[in-house]
Design a binder for this molecule. Sequence first.
Ligand code: HAM
Length: 425
Amino acid sequence: MPSTFQPVRGMRDLIGEEAKAFTNIITTARKTADLYGFREVITPHVEPLELLSAKSGEEIRQRMFIFKDLGERQVALRPEFTASVARLVTTVLKNEPKPLRLFSVGTVYRYDEPQKGRYREFWQSNFELMGSNKPEADAEIVLLTNSMVASLGLQGFAFKVGHIGVIRGVLSQEGMDEKTQNAVFQRMDKKEYGEALKLVESEKCRAMLKGLLEIKGKDWKETVEQIKSHVGGYEKAQIAAENLFEILNLITQSPDITVTVDPAFARGLEYYTGMIFEIYIPELEIALGGGGRYDRLIEVFGGEPTPAVGCAHGIDRVAIALQEQKATLNGKNGKSVAVIPITDALKSEALKIAQQLRAAGISVEFEVMGRKMAKALEDADKRKEDYAVIVGERELKESAVMLKDLTNRQQCIVPLAQLVEKIKS
Ligand code: HAM
């Protein structure tokens, strides 16, 4: 009698070409991790329910595969990687120097309604950068997503960006408690804006939020300017809008990035505190990846307060995107370099240089901690980087940088036009 066994609803077998497509995407994700200085961690598929449900949000809590193990422990299949990585940072990795750049890849589980691009078992490549509250850390996460998607050969992709702190700033100042705020975000995530507004009791606050959601500028700068002026008088919201501006200003130094700012953008996960983003291609309505800043999760897990930002890419969806665009893969390889601006004012120039090196296949850890040169160099040494690229005003005026060879301690001034060649030689 033929077997009638099928995979569990929402779960799939990947065979031959399809499995190969997944492996290729995972290889590119790993190369991106290398290129941006992320270390891989492998964590269990099953975690304590309490860990996975803290701060993940109602949406995910209701869609977890939960069970009791034979020892009567309440456990669940991981619905994402962030909680597991945060657990590591509060335990075995707690004494490691910050920033920590951690990469994971594997399957995650959510009881979503199965349809094209939506499964109950799916794959993610996940990146978490922990220990920096600076906009350059947010920029790194967006830029690595851009690099990964570009090196997969996808075309026409664009980022949707927002900032949870803007709306939280307004709602908090108007006295709304966090739980109601989270409920507002859940509705917004589902694009149920009318329902979201119904949860706002005060007339003044509702009008304020409605106005914010309706802002549309001709480009990201104009949109952020409009947001800033709309939230005048709401101090935290203004700081958040300024932070969004700084992040976007850094990201858009990269010539090959497309961003739009959406003030009505919210994400289903509850832990976000700052910039949030998703990446799309024109052929698909579903996001290929998403992430954002979450500065309070690690302390909820009992760790030291540790600012963090991260993202995950849906590999199943990336495979669909590649199929839609019939794109081919072209992974890259490289050496490792720390790029360090001497002063804060030089960070966007320095980031531009970091991006040029990465585009040439050189692995770069960009300085995201705002540290003094000596400290940053000491750290680059510990991390066994091959070179430090020191971006200073004097050299930059001559279109050059200081290149320090960290193995023989020698340094010399190198014109930007020859930097890639010099590092690779
Ligand atoms: P997320 O937006 O829930 O974020 O998921 C990331 C990506 O996983 C989505 O953009 C999508 O491509 C894919 N995805 C989500 N649900 C499904 C599904 N049912 N079937 C197939 N693909 C799916 C997170 O998971 C956060 N942990 C990201 C993060 C890391 N934020 C900070 N650090």
